[in-house]
Every structure is written in structure tokens, then in C-alpha cells.
Write a protein that binds this ligand. Structure first.
Ligand SMILES: Cc1cc2nc3c(=O)[nH]c(=O)nc-3n(C[C@H](O)[C@H](O)[C@H](O)COP(=O)(O)O)c2cc1C
Length: 335
């Protein structure tokens, strides 16, 4: 397989394996997408990225990372997101959205909630969620998934990485609960499993569902890839299709970055699970990306900062790899 080969995941047919990583654009008002979002995402589709994943989108107001996050906590937020969907599809891309609750890393420092009352760095201490409150959050993911379906998205991604709410339940560094949501790995995974099952009541089984994980906490007492292999292999069959592999974020310490710095996690998950794997992290050249696919270390590659700098980088990648791809008709004279 090669970077520019097609890929079909459930009913989503991708023209290549190039993915726009979800990236908060901190540009929404009251959770509503606007012209900036439409142009930003559509431009990446014009640049021939196969799958565009729309940034972390809050399922509840107290789950926003910043006060300018996108949201899907109410019906009014569906329509402007459907405009993004329409434009990305018009330019031949497929489009997903990442659903998030920021937990102890939320902007709303007064109403932060988490698995346990353990602060993120110098943030305020969050409130430990009660079981009825956990059920409300599961419901919020479910209704947001329904809204994402109405907006027309092809793909849905649950944000279980970077120290946000779901990650704070998974990691023993932030989950010290004494009830059925704490203790064993199975108990710490319970919130994630409940969210997956609730989402699947609204998100049709033919449509791919993904999870973004932080494959390592970068801490000796935290989670590492072997734990994630267990967590992910214990999900009921056929509910989840894609694992998007990131790392860190539970602790405030900065992660050391270098080209393909997260590939270890992607490779291990590719070998030990049956999911489609998206690898990424400072993958900035065509040969490196193509080699990862050729070696079957991952099925797709995500690109973050490179795609912010240059929405047309896939055109250059194709030239570097001496592969003929179709350009937008309007731009062909620049070929
Ligand atoms: C501006 C910016 C915003 C980001 N927002 C998100 C986000 O909303 N959700 C997420 O999972 N990761 C987010 N990330 C992480 C990226 O998705 C990606 O994993 C990271 O940038 C590493 O890939 P890169 O080296 O290709 O940029 C963000 C990164 C950047 C630079």
C-alpha cells in the first residue's frame, strides 16, 4: 500500500491516506462554526487531503477547552457545521468531527469536572463527577453524535487523548475513584465503553467511528501502549473502526518531539489490534509518510502543523513521490 492509495472504511471511501489532524482553531462564538471554519476546512479538501477531521468539538459547555471551541451541545450548532461538511464533500474530501469533553483542562475554571479531584498543573482542582453526572456526560456524547449525523459527517472521533475527560478516567495518574469507574483497567475504561455504546445508538454501524488516544502518559506509573492494546481489544466487536494515535497531555510537562515521534505507539497498535490505525506527529515529508504506509506500520497518516502552513502540501507530496494525482480542475494550469 502507498500514501496515495484509496481506502474504504465501512461506507467511507477515501481517495488517499492523508488525514487532517483535528486542530482547535479557537475561532467559534458560542460554539458556532463560521466563515473561517468553512474556508479553512474546505481549503484543505481543495489541497487533496483525503480525510478532514474537524477540531475538538465540545459536547457540553463546561467541556470546552477554550471559550472559542466549536460545540455540538445544542441543535443550533448543527447547521453551520453542515456547511463545512457540504464544502469539504464538494471538493472530494471526506469529513469527520472530533467530540470532546475537556474535563480538568476546561476553560471554565470554576466548573471543571474530572474522574477525581486532581488538578492539571497549576489549574484549579476539578470536582469529582458523581455517577448521575457521569451518565449525563455519556448522554451528551450520544446527543452530540446524533447532531453530527444530522450535519452529514462521514466519520466521528471520540477524543480520549491529551488529558481531557475520558483520558482522565483511563489513566491511573488522574483516576483514584473507589467506585466502578476506578481501580482496575476495566473499571477505568468503563466511561469510554459506555460512551462508545451510547454513540452507536445514534451513529449508524455503517459509518466509521474512531477514538483518539494518547498511547503513552510519558510517566512510569501512567498508561503505556500495552495498556491501550488491552483497553482497545476489550471493546465489543464492530463498534469502533479507527484508532488515531497521539500521546501525552495527562501531565503538563512538554513532550519531546522529533519526526515520527509517536510511531512506536502506532506500530504496536497496528500489530496487536485489528483497527485501522492513523499515525502522525511531525511527519513532514512525503517519503517518511509513504514508507510508514508501505511498511504497514499504519493505514493512514495525520498531518497537523504542516497542513496549517500549507494546505496544498499533498500536491507537492505527490510530485515528490512521482505519483500522478488529480488536482482541482481550476488549478490545473499550475501543475
Ligand atoms: C493549533 C493546534 C490545535 C490542536 N488541537 C487539537 C484538537 O482539537 N484535538 C486533538 O486531538 N489534537 C489537537 N492538536 C494536536 C494535533 O492534532 C496533532 O496531533 C499534533 O499537532 C501533532 O501533529 P503534527 O506534528 O503533524 O502537527 C492540535 C495541534 C495544534 C498545532
Amino acid at each position: 500500500m502507498r500514501l496515495f492509495d484509496e481506502l474504504k472504511i465501512k461506507d467511507m471511501h477515501l481517495k488517499n491516506r492523508i488525514v487532517l489532524a483535528p486542530m482547535c482553531m479557537v475561532s467559534a462564538e458560542e460554539g458556532m462554526a463560521n466563515d473561517f471554519h468553512i474556508i479553512h476546512y474546505a481549503t484543505r479538501a481543495m489541497g487533496q487531503m483525503g480525510l478532514i477531521i474537524v477540531e475538538a468539538t465540545a459536547v457540553a459547555e463546561n467541556g470546552m477547552i477554550s471559550n472559542k471551541d466549536l460545540g455540538l451541545w445544542c441543535d443550533e450548532q448543527i447547521k453551520p457545521l453542515s456547511w463545512i461538511v457540504k464544502r469539504v464533500k464538494a471538493f472530494g474530501g471526506k469529513v469527520g468531527i472530533q467530540l470532546n469533553h475537556a474535563g480538568r483542562r476546561a476553560k471554565d475554571k470554576e466548573n471543571m469536572v474530572s474522574a477525581s479531584s486532581i488538578a492539571y498543573g497549576n489549574f484549579n482542582k476539578p470536582k469529582e463527577l458523581t455517577i448521575p453526572e457521569i451518565k449525563e456526560i455519556v448522554e451528551a456524547f450520544k446527543t452530540s453524535a446524533k447532531r453530527a449525523y444530522i450535519a452529514g459527517f462521514d466519520f466521528l472521533e471520540i477524543h480520549a487523548a491529551h488529558g481531557y475527560l475520558i483520558n482522565s478516567f483511563l489513566s491511573p495518574l488522574t483516576n483514584k475513584r473507589a467506585d466502578i469507574y476506578g481501580g482496575s483497567l476495566e473499571n477505568r475504561s468503563r466511561l469510554l465503553y459506555e460512551i462508545i455504546e451510547a454513540i452507536r445508538e445514534e451513529w449508524p454501524i455503517e459509518k466509521p467511528l474512531g477514538i483518539r488516544i494518547s498511547y503513552t502518559d510519558y510517566h512510569k506509573d501512567g498508561l503505556d501502549v500495552k495498556d491501550y492494546i488491552e483497553i482497545l481489544n476489550n471493546i465489543k466487536p464492530n463498534l469502533v473502526d479507527v484508532i488515531d494515535v497521539s500521546s501525552g497531555g495527562i501531565l503538563k510537562e512538554k513532550v519531546e518531539e522529533y519526526p515520527a515521534y509517536q510511531l512506536r505507539g502506532a506500530k504496536m497498535l497496528k500489530t496487536h489490534t485489528n483497527y485501522f490505525i492513523i499515525a502522525g506527529g511531525m511527519i513532514n515529508d512525503a517519503k517518511l509518510a509513504d514508507d510508514i504506509i508501505k511498511l504497514n506500520d499504519a493505514d493512514l497518516i495525520y498531518f497537523g502543523r504542516l497542513a496549517l502552513k500549507d494546505p496544498y502540501f499533498p500536491l507537492k507530496f505527490a510530485r515528490d513521490l512521482k505519483i500522478e494525482i488529480s488536482w482541482l480542475r481550476q488549478y490545473e494550469r499550475a501543475k
